[in-house]
Design a protein around this ligand. Structure first.
Ligand code: FE
Length: 300
């Protein structure tokens, strides 16, 4: 762990533009989850397509898992805070995701995989985030990386805030993953009572915070547990027109945990049909056809 005593200056912090309450749903073979980033927010939060949060200590709510299903055209980032999940895919890869680990999967042209709990009791908690690929890279070969907890860089501030840097760079600490096209930042932030944390964010990047324990004050707005705050791209105090926001400041009155996610928008058309996310309807028809004919994941 790398101690940090100084945070980079944030003088034009973002405010919360909108508070979003997730929608309770189930997916896979009946896993109960909360869909926080839904399809109607895909343009606003470009390049992010979906965020699911799951947390349960009732095996009936997760044991059925996610049997074989396809994906094409984007990346999935699964962050398992607690639990054990086995994944297998059509390329013959297999891995175990557990306790603080991340699986970063590029579906690209196509993959068929399963994500199944490997526990019969206890807590299963985590997130799945979908990150879009630019049009010119949607059909690249599938790829994935399992990132165990020990390989995720972490830092602690002088106020005792612990930050795990899954992707991107925060306060000079580079995370486990980088992506050139979308420059994602993905932080898991653990704040003690009465602490403040800040990190810089490029003004043009879309960003949100999701509080999964406790509550935060962001730009004067209170963001409660299980709420997503979409961060405005313009700063709080804006004395000069055109002044750009340079980051975000979080204040926790009690112990709080949240994820902060930002990325560079692609600005391309988004057409989703279930597990396929492409740029045109024709490409979606092709994905469905390829899947039905059993060659979704074939080499292009
Ligand atoms: Fe999947």
């Amino acid at each position: 762990m790398k101690p940090i005593t100084r945070l980079e200056a944030v003088t034009q912090p973002r405010t919360i533009e909108r508070i979003v309450t997730g929608v309770a749903t189930s997916d896979g073979a009946g896993v109960k989850l909360t869909r926080v980033l839904t399809q109607n927010l895909q343009q606003r939060l470009d390049p992010f397509l979906m965020l699911d949060n799951f947390r349960s200590n009732d095996p009936d709510e997760y044991i059925a898992g996610f049997p074989d299903h396809p994906h094409r055209g984007f990346e999935t980032v699964t962050y398992l805070i607690a639990g054990r999940m086995r994944h297998r895919d059509s390329a013959g890869h297999e891995g175990l995701l557990q306790n603080g680990g991340v699986q970063w999967m590029t579906a690209g042209r196509g993959i068929i995989h399963s994500e199944m709990p490997e526990q019969e009791n206890g807590v299963m908690e985590g997130f799945q985030l979908w990150l879009n690929l630019p049009a010119r890279r949607k059909m690249i070969p599938a790829w994935y990386r399992d990132i165990p907890k020990t390989e995720i860089p972490e830092y602690t501030t002088d106020e005792g805030v612990t930050v795990r840097v899954i992707a991107g760079t925060s306060n000079g600490v580079s995370g486990a993953m980088t992506r050139e096209d979308t420059e994602p930042l993905y932080l898991d932030i653990d704040m003690p009572a009465d602490s403040l944390f800040s990190t810089t964010l490029p003004a043009n990047h879309n960003a949100f915070i999701y509080v999964y324990r406790g509550e935060l004050t962001v730009g004067g707005t209170l963001l409660g547990e299980s709420r997503m705050g979409i961060l405005a791209n313009t700063p709080q105090a804006c004395p000069e027109p055109g002044r750009r926001a340079d980051g975000v400041v979080l204040i926790a009155s009690g112990p709080t945990r949240a994820i902060l996610v930002s990325g560079k928008p692609l600005g391309e058309p988004i057409v989703q049909h279930g597990p396929f996310v492409m740029n045109t309807k024709e490409e979606i028809y092709q994905a469905v056809k390829d899947f039905n004919e059993g060659h979704l994941a074939d080499a292009g």
